[in-house]
Design a protein around this ligand. Structure first.
Ligand code: CP
Ligand code: NVA
Length: 300
């Protein structure tokens, strides 16, 4: 396997190996320079804080270097086809990471690139985020076995990759609490993209605050992803999905809160929760770096 476009590109063993290696190297503060003189090209069609910084630092700490390519400063899709850009970049870089508006752009890039391509977020999925999230859960809970993860809100790219991971039988159970409207939006998106995913292992339903299953992890994402238009009807529809102190008081006291970030403290999560003692979002953000290092080593 050459590329990481979705979690599904990794086997269960590969996922566990990446997570465990990231935990070990973080603990041992090891700085191997196993990617000495290797070059990572990073293309961004959308903005980023964590993905950009963690990949840039990861390749640097491994002894290599990165080139940051903003879509506005490339010919990409304007004066040059994506295929020609992919073939050119393959002559300079040893690996490419791309954040794309459309997942099909990533697939096309991977098709024409002779070096590995890593998905740094697309409208479909965010596999690097899922690996860092699972690493964080393993660090805090000591295991993924029988851990109950509850997702709140629209099934975003981040949630899609979590579903992909749940389908790998990594030991955790996934509950998704999502309004019916957003469940349909997700199914329509998959249909439009010609993608399939099994939901057999997932417990998907609308939220009833008095009938929640036991949960060890509450996880959410922004209600409006990059490029989405905010709309007051949707905010109203999602209002009971806000992860606030009232919701946290209904679950176990050792339940942790995670968020891929960036967060909106007046929508999907309250300030009290994200900045409170049950929140591990900063550890999760830091773990992006440790996971990226293992991913670079694996794919280089
Ligand atoms: N979680 C995440 O990918 O953050 P950025 O958008 O800042 O990269
Ligand atoms: N769903 C969000 C994730 C950001 C990391 C978005 O696509 O904007």
């Amino acid at each position: 396997m050459k590329n990481l476009l979705n979690i599904n590109d990794l086997s269960k063993d590969e996922i566990l190996k990446i997570i465990n290696a990231a935990i070990d190297s973080k603990k041992n503060k090891k700085h191997s320079i196993q990617a000495k003189d290797k070059t990572l090209a990073m293309i961004f069609e959308k903005s980023s804080t964590r993905t950009r910084i963690s990949f840039e630092l990861a390749i640097k700490q491994l002894g290599g270097l990165s080139i940051m390519l903003d879509k506005d400063h490339l010919h990409l899709g304007k004066r040059e086809t994506l295929a020609d850009t992919a073939k050119t970049l393959s002559q300079y870089a040893d690996i490419i990471m791309m954040r794309s508006n459309n997942h099909s752009t990533l697939e096309n890039l991977a098709k024409h690139s002779s070096v590995p391509v890593i998905n740094g977020l697309s409208d479909l999925s965010h596999p690097c985020q899922t690996l860092a999230t699972l690493m964080t859960i393993k660090e805090i809970k000591g295991t993924l076995e029988n851990i109950n993860i509850s997702w709140f809100g629209p099934i975003s790219n981040v949630a899609h990759s979590l579903i992909d991971a749940a389908n790998k039988n990594l030991g955790f159970n996934l509950n998704i609490y999502c309004p019916k409207y957003y469940q349909d939006v997700y199914f329509q998106k998959l249909k439009d993209m010609n993608k399939e995913i099994s939901l057999d292992k997932i417990n998907l339903r609308e939220l009833n605050l008095n009938q929640m299953d036991p949960t060890d992890v509450i996880y959410t994402d922004t209600w409006f992803s990059m490029g989405d238009i905010e709309d007051s009807t949707k905010i109203e529809m999602l209002s009971k999905y806000t992860v606030n102190q009232d919701l946290m008081s209904k679950v176990n006291s050792d339940c942790i809160f995670l968020h891929c970030l960036p967060a909106n403290r007046s929508q999907e999560v309250s300030g009290e929760v994200i900045d409170g003692p049950q929140s591990y979002v900063w550890q999760e953000a830091q773990n992006r770096l440790h996971v990226q290092k293992e991913l670079l080593l694996k794919f280089l």
